[in-house]
Each structure stands twice: as structure tokens, then as C-alpha cells.
Design a protein around this ligand. Structure first.
Ligand SMILES: NC(=O)c1ccc[n+]([C@@H]2O[C@H](COP(=O)([O-])OP(=O)(O)OC[C@H]3O[C@@H](n4cnc5c(N)ncnc54)[C@H](O)[C@@H]3O)[C@@H](O)[C@H]2O)c1
Length: 392
């Protein structure tokens, strides 16, 4: 995955693993318009560590916290700060739990990076069967290049929690799963148990992200989908969000934000996105509205979903037609460019920030505008229309 710059946005940064001289230069809200400092990441990597391999660790020392605080104060008073213009996205002091991160190719990872770039502390929930490989890849530095934030520091993940979002508590877990060797090495991975563990470890969170989906029969047309496959898609991709929010709501600080990921197949026909997945996304979007009301009234939590365009993630590749969808979007969307995961990550950072304080219950499209089209303009039928096209 490339590490593109976050032009036009400002993020407050306080990465703990950057050398102090660089910290002085980079701390505080800065405009990120230039290139990421990719070249320096490997030097920095040796000065950093991944807190996820230290259970309950915060990944930084109290002395580094002190230095960040004083630098931030100094920056507030400096001329560099007054030179900054625009609106800051500052999530410093906020803690995010992102469910559905198991590699560096998906939306969950990109959202974690944007939230981290804005200063938030990152906790992730990783599907139990994918946990070992994810943790060992993190430990071995396989994701280090993808961990580079716009200030050149590396994203830290404070803790990785094993999670299987189709089970609410231990009573739900069938014997064959309990006995499965991919699950045997982990514990406390049902939704309720994960929420309890996060409460025990950190007390509360401010941002909850649901970036997971699973439809075992996704490649089958709806007419050929079994009841079991359909319900499994709904369970993993829709109810999992209801359950996550339900269990995390008591530890979500008032004013907090909850975000999920949806897809246009919920409301328009996308042949190939089968197995009940289109129905699962429709349920997710409807639930977003109802949950916005309930969580808003109960704990002043905002609930939104991002309808993202096509991305070559692991899950999307499993569906089998992702390249076609990316090409289709390039040919037909108002903006003829490939969508980057960072664009979705940045939108999540905005939604999680006070800048979005009046936005709740919405489906927000981040898809180069494809959702707005009524026709596919690459059809030969339109060949005589003078439609401007990107020549690249
Ligand atoms: N990639 C796209 O083109 C696209 C487009 C629109 C929306 N989305 C949505 O974005 C979200 C993230 O998907 P992605 O495409 O980035 O792929 P991804 O593979 O990065 O993420 C899906 C994650 O779900 C996890 N998962 C599956 N079942 C689980 C379970 N029972 N419990 C816990 N975790 C589980 C997987 O391990 C994986 O980490 C999904 O909701 C997806 O539908 C993706």
C-alpha cells in the first residue's frame, strides 16, 4: 500500500516513537501537504516498537509523554502554529477501537492510520483465525512500510484483541469452534468479552469502527443463496455491528463516534455481490439510522456509515471481481481516479472529529461520486455524446 500525503487536512501529531528533535519539528497541528517521509521510516523503525506485542502496554514511556506535552505547549505559542491556517482534525487524547484489521490492505488499516495521524490511540480487533499471522507480521516488521504516518513516524497499535464478531458471548460458541485449533490458543474473543477486556485495560474509548464483513456464499447469486449462507452474511456483516455498539456503548465516552463501512450494492444492483451481502449492507445502513437515534439519546454517540468505493482488499479479492469494479468506476464515476484507502481513512477521521459534531445517522459516500450516476457512460450507446474522458 502506498503512503500518500493527506493534502488539505491538518492532523495534530504526537507520535511517541520519533526522535525528540523530529518530535519538536513535527508535534502540534501541522498542515500536511508535502510528501510522506518514507525514506526515513527505516531509521525510525529501530527507535520504535509495536505495543501490540506487549499486553496492556501503552507503547510509550511516561518521559516521552512529558516531552510531547511540553513540545505541544511550546508549539501552541510558536509562530509555526500561528502560520497554520484551516481547520484542524485533532484526535489527541482520544482512543479508537477498530474491529476488522488483519493486514495492511483494507479499509480498517487505513482508518487506523488516519486516526493515528490525527493523534488518536489505536486498539484493534482481529478475527481469531487471522490473529497469529497478523501479530507475527507486525512483530517481524512486515507492515512497517505501511505504518509510516505523514510525519514520518510509525503508527503504533497499543493492543491487538482477538475477536470473532459473530459470537456475542461464550454461550453462543458451538463446541466445534471451541475445539478448533485456530481458536484454541486465544481466549476472550466474543464481542462481550472483548468489550469487557477493553474496559478493564483502558476504561473507555471515544471512537468505535466496524470494518468487517463476511458472506460465505458471496459469489452465489441471491436466487441460489441458501438460508444458512444468507443468515451468515447478515450475522457477520450486520448484526456484528449492532452487537459491537451494544457492548461498547457503556464505555464509549459521550460525544464519541461510531463508524461502519458499507457498499452501494445495498441500494443498487451490483451483479456478483451475492450471498445476501447486498441485503446485509442494506440492513447495516438501516441500522445506522436507528442506532444513531438510540445511541444519540442514550449516550450522545454519533453513528455513521461510509459507503466506500471499490478497494483491492483481501476480502474484496475473495469476491473475485474487484479489478472489474475498479475499472468500471474509473470509466464511469465523475472523478476518474482510483480510490485510495486513505481517502476513506481521512473521511473516518473527519467523522470521528468534532468537525462532524452534527453528523449522525448518515450514509456518507466516498466513491469518487459513482453513486450519483444514473447510467454507465462507457456504454457504446453514449459513443456519440461528447463526454470528457481522462485519457490516462
Ligand atoms: N473493499 C471494497 O471494495 C469495499 C467497498 C465498500 C465497503 N467495503 C467494506 O469495508 C469493510 C472492510 O473490508 P475490506 O474490503 O477493507 O477488507 P478486509 O479484508 O481488510 O477487512 C475485512 C475484515 O473482516 C474480518 N472478519 C471477517 N469475519 C470476521 C468476524 N466474524 N469477526 C471479526 N472479524 C471478521 C477479516 O478478518 C478482515 O480483517 C467491510 O465492511 C467491507 O464490506 C469494502
Amino acid at each position: 500500500m502506498t503512503t500518500t500525503s493527506f493534502s488539505g487536512l491538518q492532523f495534530a501529531m504526537s507520535r511517541s516513537c520519533i526522535p525528540s528533535s523530529q518530535k519538536i519539528a513535527d508535534a502540534g497541528a501541522v498542515v500536511l501537504g508535502g510528501k510522506s517521509k518514507i525514506g526515513s521510516w527505516n531509521k525510525l523503525a529501530s527507535a520504535c516498537h509495536i505495543a501490540s506485542v506487549q499486553p496492556f502496554g501503552r507503547g510509550f514511556t511516561s518521559s516521552s509523554i512529558k516531552s510531547v506535552k511540553s513540545v505541544t505547549k511550546a508549539m501552541t505559542e510558536s509562530s509555526a502554529q500561528s502560520a497554520v491556517s484551516g481547520l484542524p482534525i485533532n484526535l489527541k487524547g482520544k482512543r479508537a477501537f477498530i474491529a476488522g484489521v488483519a493486514d495492511d490492505n483494507g479499509y480498517g488499516w487505513a482508518i487506523a492510520k488516519s486516526l493515528a495521524a490525527a493523534g488518536a490511540e489505536i486498539l484493534v480487533g482481529t478475527w481469531v483465525p487471522a490473529l497469529n499471522i497478523f501479530e507475527s507480521s507486525l512483530r517481524r516488521g512486515k507492515f512497517d512500510e505501511s505504518r509510516v504516518l505523514p510525519d514520518g513516524s510509525l503508527m503504533e497499535i497499543t493492543k491487538v484483541y482477538p475477536l470473532d464478531a459473530v459470537f456475542d458471548n461464550l454461550d453462543d460458541v458451538p463446541e466445534d469452534i471451541k475445539a478448533n485449533k485456530r481458536y484454541a490458543g486465544s481466549s476472550k474473543w466474543t464481542v462481550q468479552e472483548v468489550a469487557e477486556s477493553v474496559k478493564e485495560d483502558f476504561g473507555s474509548i471515544d471512537i468505535l469502527v466496524h470494518s468487517l464483513a463476511n458472506g460465505p456464499e458471496v459469489t452465489k447469486p441471491l436466487l441460489e443463496t441458501s438460508r444458512k449462507g444468507y443468515l451468515a452474511a447478515i450475522s457477520a456483516s450486520s448484526y456484528s455491528y449492532v452487537s459491537l455498539l451494544k457492548h461498547f456503548l457503556p464505555i464509549l465516552n459521550p460525544g464519541g463516534s461510531s463508524i461502519s463501512l458499507t457498499y452501494i450494492a445495498s441500494e443498487r444492483i451490483i451483479p456478483g455481490y451475492g450471498g445476501g451481502m447486498s441485503s446485509a449492507k442494506a440492513a447495516l445502513e438501516s441500522d445506522t439510522r436507528v442506532l444513531a437515534f438510540e445511541a444519540g439519546r442514550k449516550r450522545k454517540i454519533r453513528v455513521n456509515t461510509i459507503s466506500a468505493g471499490p478497494l483491492r482488499s483481501r476480502a474484496a479479492k475473495a469476491i473475485g471481481f474487484i479489478d472489474m469494479m475498479i475499472d468500471y468506476s474509473s470509466a464511469n464515476a465523475p472523478l476518474q481516479k482510483e480510490l485510495s484507502a486513505e481517502e476513506v481513512g481521512n473521511t473516518a477521521a473527519f467523522l470521528a472529529s468534532p468537525l462532524a459534531s452534527a453528523i449522525t445517522g448518515t450514509v456518507l459516500y466516498v466513491d469518487n461520486g459513482l453513486n450519483a450516476m444514473g447510467v454507465g457512460v462507457d456504454s457504446p450507446i453514449f459513443k456519440d455524446l461528447d463526454i470528457p474522458k481522462d485519457q490516462h
